[in-house]
Design a protein around this ligand. Structure first.
Ligand SMILES: Nc1ncnc2c1ncn2[C@@H]1O[C@H](COP(=O)(O)OP(=O)(O)OP(=O)(O)O)[C@@H](O)[C@H]1O
Ligand SMILES: [Mg+2]
Length: 424
């Protein structure tokens, strides 16, 4: 954990105390401290201070099986605590357990921060095979992860370090040392993934099936010809791992005809918005996996991600996935030109949420590092994610499981979580 460095610096004027704590209490303390973004030693200090100033001893705690626990406290606090425990006739272990429990009770799990306006993230690039679908899934999974447990996240500074390494053509992967991993609670958001690509890769990747051609579909809703409620088409993804928070609107092959069907519709660019609007109240984030094309559907997706009245910049917008190789640059130009045109024609603000460089393989040497540098040099939008070319992604696709539940500790998963925090 990166904070351990700062804590050892801050610990120099503290004294180390060694005692015991039951495993479950230690685990609760660890998670709750991370949820509040404070260090464990600060939580224990607060708990002990409060415990010492109580007028009477709180209820006893089952300390069976307590094992070694050490922390750092301000000088003198432990002596004061020892005195209070003696006065109350409780053991140090019991007193410490009560202090920690007291801190937990006075610092409950924080509420999930939900956006006032459902965030809309459009993952796009008309270049095929760059990883739009992989990033859509990984980002959605990372945003939906359990807020009551800790997950390894690559800290933001590791990205900066990797990008700096690319400048000097060093191997960015060497920058990934254990100190660059932090264990953080999941954001716990309600996420809807929209498979907006007739190829329906996202749908099959997550274990779903494309919707039957003669039934209802997003295409029908966009064309103003619904056969039912759109929410009835939604499926829950791996409800165990994501506790029912991650949903998918599957694709239907009828989307191949979307541009034709939309040609008869008024205000076509608003068609996706009209279709998805009724679902928004049920989600914190909606992520749209775009097809590799620049047709009407791309316009509708970009329009959907425009900044709404009262929405903070950078909450919704386009996330551009590129591959760390030179040939992606032309595709990038075309895409941003189309988005910029749409901005101008319709007089709307469409924010770029950043560039994700995917399928990065430092073993490709200079080609890889120099093209990564090319993406970094764009600066506006900036690179917000760097995901390596690693086997776990392909394995997860093969077994049709979400990457973050299939390989939760993989470098890719750790990078997806970093991306999720970077775009938040
Ligand atoms: N970081 C990665 N490491 C390894 N394999 C990856 C990675 N990202 C994507 N892939 C694989 O590369 C292939 C293309 O990825 P993906 O389908 O996500 O791209 P896409 O941009 O959505 O493609 P399309 O344009 O066809 O929609 C898939 O087989 C995917 O599993
Ligand atoms: Mg795709």
């Amino acid at each position: 954990m990166v904070s351990s460095m700062s804590s050892s610096a801050a610990s120099s004027d503290r004294e180390k105390v060694v005692s015991k704590l039951p495993g479950w209490l230690r685990q609760n303390l660890k998670i709750r401290a991370a949820q509040h973004g404070i260090e464990i030693q600060a939580a224990v200090e607060q708990g002990i201070t409060d415990w010492c100033s109580l007028a009477s001893t709180p209820a006893p705690i089952d300390t069976a099986g307590a094992d070694s626990f050490s922390t750092f406290l301000p000088p003198g606090q432990w002596d004061e605590f020892r005195q209070a425990a003696t006065d109350r006739g409780v053991s140090l272990i019991q007193g410490l357990a009560q202090s920690v429990q007291l801190w937990l009770d006075t610092n409950p799990t924080p509420e999930i921060e939900r956006p006032a306006i459902t965030r809309r993230i459009v993952v796009c690039n008309q270049k095929g095979g760059v990883g739009k679908t992989a990033i859509t899934a990984g980002l959605g999974e990372a945003l939906a992860e359990d807020p009551n447990s800790l997950h390894p996240v690559r800290v933001a500074k590791a990205l900066t370090k990797a990008l700096r390494a690319s400048e000097t053509h060093d191997d960015p992967e060497t920058g990934t040392d254990p100190l660059d991993i932090e264990n953080l609670p999941g954001p716990g958001l309600r996420v809807l993934l929209v498979d907006f690509d007739p190829q329906s890769h996202l749908t099959s990747q997550l274990g779903g099936s494309p919707l039957p051609m003669n039934g209802d579909s997003l295409t029908n809703h966009m064309a103003g010809d619904p056969k039912g409620a759109l929410r009835d088409l939604i499926i829950v993804v791996d409800s165990e791992a994501f506790d029912g928070r991650l949903h998918l609107l599957p694709a239907c092959h009828d989307a191949f005809l979307l541009d034709v069907r939309l040609s008869a519709v008024r205000a076509r660019e608003a068609a996706l918005e009209r279709a998805l609007a009724p679902l928004e109240s049920e989600y914190d984030v909606i992520i749209v996996d775009c097809p590799p094309s620049l047709g009407l559907s791309m316009d509708a997706a970009a329009y959907y991600a425009r900044r709404r009245d009262g929405e903070r910049p950078g909450q919704s917008g386009a996330l551009i996935v590129v591959q760390a190789e030179d040939s992606s640059a032309d595709a990038y130009e075309l895409l941003t030109t189309q988005i910029d045109d749409l901005r101008g024609d319709l007089q709307v603000d469409i924010d770029y949420l950043g560039i994700v460089v995917n399928l990065y393989d430092s073993r490709r040497g200079y080609i890889a590092t120099s093209s990564l540098q090319g993406w970094v040099d764009i600066k506006d939008p900036k690179v917000v994610g760097l995901i390596g070319d690693l086997k776990e992604q392909k394995e997860a696709v093969r077994v049709k499981k979400p990457l973050l539940s299939y390989a939760p500790k993989s470098q890719q998963a750790v990078g997806m979580r970093a991306l999720a925090r970077e775009v938040s």
